[in-house]
Design a protein around this ligand. Sequence first.
Ligand code: SF4
Ligand code: SF4
Length: 93
Amino acid sequence: MKVEYIIVGIVLLLWILGDMYRRHKNRNKVICVVERNCTGCGRCVKRCTRHVLEKVKDETGIHLAVKYPDKCTACGDCIGKCKFEALKLTERK
Ligand code: SF4
Ligand code: SF4
């Protein structure tokens, strides 16, 4: 077997193990919006493949809502997309 395949395999394995560790560590957590920081830009909504987040519009403007918290895996992908520190993981109640 070529050395390149072995290296790619090791990198892939480490990535999978790292992801599994992160999910295990965050298993009792859920995403939460820091409303005072949120601009309603929607970058996080597009990033979440589980469709947990949703933009809602009311008389005071556009806000972000955690629509389906039960579907949140606490992966943190949406946090990486927010430039305004408006998302954080908290303990599930
Ligand atoms: S990316 Fe940040 S600022 Fe934009 S909607 Fe999401 S939480 Fe709000
Ligand atoms: S932490 Fe992951 S699953 Fe939860 S809302 Fe963010 S991107 Fe979606």
